[in-house]
Design a protein around this ligand. Structure first.
Ligand code: B12
Length: 271
């Protein structure tokens, strides 16, 4: 087709159907950067994503499926049964509950699932996480951590998982929720004797919130640094400012929190 006509159609779509326009631009960029192989984009199915994310244990797979279907009651029933059978609650979180939400989120990203499905799966996963946490009981606290999602960002699924895994590993976590200002974080650090802050963001536009928080905590001489994670955050980005470390996964955060809170290492030794 002649390029002028293509451009006219593209501009028409931009005005009349901005959602589709933005989706196509993002897919095109992701394919160009190598995140989405162009030819496979339409072939990705729930079955394929399950194969990539699910455990091989059928009892865990059943929980992941119930999370994917957004069935909170089924998740709770299955998780209770696994616990009765002596399964490790932390394993249930990472091997059974997390894979379900991961598949749902990837389906959403491909335009094959929608907001209500994400929210139902999140709720179903939270049902399972609550049971696992209560099962772990009162472990003597290893230290005080605050968790938050940067100002302007509402994506909190990953942060909730990270907070749950920190709690399961013996930390007292003050969860400030999402869309949190640096001033709120500072106040909590001062009021609650926080020893490490864990912050996350999933959008490029809200990344500066993590940097501003780390720098404010430094400026105010709190001695508390920020472990930064979430899909929009990279090691390179965190390396551009002081008083912060990059942690790729919740378990890596646990290990780095252990080093920082026991006083063995400072943020600048863990970069
Ligand atoms: C689910 C989702 C939503 C849900 C969020 C529901 C909720 N309660 O969180 C809804 C539908 C509400 C939503 C809304 C929007 N979204 Co959205 N969303 C997603 C999606 C599909 C999945 C994110 C997710 O939860 N993944 C699953 C979790 C488990 O993964 P995770 O967060 O990365 O967490 C893991 C690690 O990163 C790490 N981790 C996470 N946090 C932390 C913290 C610490 C300290 C550590 C150590 C580790 C860690 O551990 C986790 C477990 O492994 C992504 C695309 C994608 N595939 O990532 C887009 C995405 C993040 N959304 C995007 C956008 C643009 C939006 C909207 C602006 C859309 C719109 N036009 O309205 C709004 C934003 C509203 C706002 N102000 O925040 C873009 C962001 C682009 C960018 N880079 O800037 C993405 C990337 C989609 C895309 N391809 O364009 N979204």
């Amino acid at each position: 087709m002649h390029m002028d006509i293509v451009m006219q159609q593209v501009l028409k779509m931009k005005n009349e159907d901005p959602v589709r326009f933005n989706k196509l631009v993002q897919e095109g960029m992701a394919a160009e950067l190598g995140y989405l192989p162009e030819k496979n984009l339409r072939e990705i199915s729930a079955e394929k994503l399950k194969k990539e994310n699910y455990s091989e244990d059928p009892e865990y797979t059943a929980v992941s499926d119930a999370v994917l279907a957004g069935k909170r009651k089924d998740v709770e029933k299955l998780v209770n049964k696994l616990i009765e059978n002596g399964r490790d609650p932390l394993d249930i979180v990472t091997e059974a509950l997390m894979p379900g939400i991961q598949v749902q989120c990837e389906m959403y990203d491909l335009g094959k699932a929608f907001v209500p499905e994400i929210l139902m799966s999140n709720d179903a996963m939270q049902g399972g996480i609550t049971i696992c946490q209560s099962e772990l009981g009162d472990i003597p606290s290893k230290g005080n951590i605050a968790s938050f999602v940067a100002q302007g960002d509402l994506h909190d699924i990953g942060k909730n998982i990270c907070a749950a895994i920190l709690k399961a590993n013996g930390y007292t976590v003050t969860d400030l929720g999402r869309d949190v200002s640096k001033e709120e974080v500072l106040k909590t650090v001062k009021d609650k004797g926080i020893q490490l802050v864990c912050g996350s963001t999933l959008m490029s536009t809200t990344k500066p919130g993590l940097m501003d928080t780390a720098l404010l905590l430094e400026l105010e001489k709190t001695g508390v640094s920020v472990a930064c994670g979430g899909a929009a955050v990279s090691k390179a980005f965190v390396g551009t400012f002081n008083n912060a470390i990059y942690t790729k996964s919740p378990l890596e955060t646990v290990h780095k929190a252990d080093s920082i809170i026991s006083g063995n290492k400072k943020w600048n030794e863990l970069r």
